[in-house]
Design a protein around this ligand. Structure first.
Ligand SMILES: Nc1ncnc2c1ncn2[C@@H]1O[C@H](COP(=O)(O)OP(=O)(O)OP(=O)(O)O)[C@@H](O)[C@H]1O
Ligand SMILES: [Mg+2]
Length: 411
């Protein structure tokens, strides 16, 4: 029977605390009871590691069942021992209430859940689980969809929280039907460059919290450790006063992040000049190159152009345009960018600079890390008060910003 809104109880959003702070924040603060969360990511990026770590921490307080269809129990035990090695090789105690099983048949998994009555179930991965009543093979669209739907039913009726691991396809989306993302309450992606140690946990859908929230981790032998001050980490290896490097301030969810954007232009050896981007959208790079060529008169037609975001980060915000443009111009002219400046702004096709959101959060973060100058677009509305501990230079155009950003020759 339909019930009046006012008569329905309010204690639905009860959360299981999650001791990994960055993980909890991305979820909106702990795992909601009876919710089902999907975590996707490239092979080897650290999905199993992160969830085993969460399981190890949570099983001190409650019963956790970790079901793997991909690795043997011994393999998982070895990983657990590695993760729990602790400081000075004094191992931390293994939790009593963490149960492991290698199983792919969902009916059997559901039986295990019924006998063990865990509070948290981890399934690694949804692509390996099968319902024997279906004809199709593991990982097929119907298997993935049915298995997820069955697990959701279990979560909603019993209050069990479920964490699912999902593989991603070559295109970077979770393998299986798009409906998989509708079935679950929350979808997280674990991203990062395989050859770099930073990992970003990003929420793309969340029924219980804000999306586009990001957690930053560093992957090491002892698993994923939280990075509480990511901007500092991303700038750690920066060389100052080298041409072709500029600092952008992007927003990842509610958190500002300072990143170094590197640009390099170099004469084309043969044939067509190359444009290569790592960490920024190639189309964005082409646009910036076109603006630099047409509006600023940079000769890039016979130059290969490369852009790289340091730390394996992916930056999709137009707010990083200005830093990208300045890094390229700096490399092309062989003049370094002022070391104490951050660059914020979107570049338009006419070479104008456009304002971006959350300016004061960005400036505060830059000031906190010791930057003394920020070059930003000219402000039309002056409603938002800006922090006072950083000098703000408002630039009308990319040309103007460039004059301010590059160290003048001979000084
Ligand atoms: N002994 C070790 N020391 C340091 N790092 C290790 C060690 N063993 C594994 N790793 C790291 O852990 C990563 C594998 O992590 P994990 O198995 O959690 O990834 P995954 O996302 O679950 O991958 P898959 O999709 O293949 O299951 C490896 O790429 C490697 O970087
Ligand atoms: Mg795995």
């Amino acid at each position: 029977m339909p019930r009046r809104l006012s008569e329905i109880g309010e204690d639905v959003d009860e959360r299981i605390p999650l001791p990994i702070g960055e993980f909890a924040r991305v979820l909106g603060g702990g795992i909601v009871q009876g919710s089902i969360v999907l975590i996707g990511g490239d092979p080897g990026i650290g999905k199993s590691t992160l969830l085993l770590q969460a399981a190890l921490q949570m099983a001190h307080e409650r019963r956790v069942l970790y079901v793997s269809g991909e690795e043997s129990e011994r393999q998982i035990k070895m990983r657990a021992l590695r993760l729990m090695r602790g400081e000075e090789s004094k191992p931390l105690p293994l939790p009593e209430d963490l149960f492991l099983v290698t199983e792919t048949n969902l009916e059997v998994i559901l039986e295990h859940v019924a006998t063990l009555q865990p509070q948290l179930l981890i399934v690694d991965s949804i692509q390996t689980t099968v319902l024997s009543e279906l004809e199709s093979t593991a990982g097929s669209v119907s298997q993935v969809r049915e298995c997820a739907a069955r697990l959701r039913e279990l979560a909603k009726t019993s209050g069990l929280s479920v964490l699912l691991i999902g593989h991603v396809t070559k295109e970077g989306v979770i393998a299986g039907p798009r409906v998989l993302e509708h079935i679950v309450d929350t979808v997280l992606y674990l991203e990062g460059d395989r050859f770099q140690s930073y990992r970003l946990l990003r929420s793309v859908k969340n029924r219980f919290g804000a999306t586009s929230e990001v957690g930053v981790f560093e992957m090491s032998e002892r698993g994923m450790s939280e990075i509480l001050n990511p901007s500092e980490a991303f700038l750690a290896e920066r060389l100052v006063n080298i041409p072709g490097s500029a600092i952008a301030v992007t927003m990842e969810g509610t958190r500002p992040l300072l990143v170094e954007i590197q640009g390099l232009t170099s004469p084309t050896a043969f044939g067509n000049p190359r444009r290569t981007s790592n960490g920024v959208d190639l189309n964005r790079l082409l646009l910036i190159v076109a603006v630099l060529t047409r509006r600023l008169g940079l000769r890039l037609g016979d130059q290969d152009v490369y852009v790289n975001v340091v730390g394996g980060l992916k930056v999709s915000e137009p707010a990083a345009d200005l830093a990208m443009a300045v890094a390229l111009a700096s490399s092309n002219r062989d003049v370094p960018v002022r070391a104490d400046a951050v660059l914020i702004g979107e570049v338009g096709l006419s070479g104008e600079l456009r304002m971006v959101g959350q300016l004061s959060a960005r400036l505060n973060e830059a000031a906190k890390l010791g930057f003394r100058t920020a070059i930003i677009p000219r402000r039309m509305r002056r409603s938002e008060p800006l922090p006072e501990n950083i000098q703000v230079i408002e630039a009308r155009s990319l040309r103007h910003a460039l004059e301010q950003a590059l160290i003048q020759e001979g000084t």
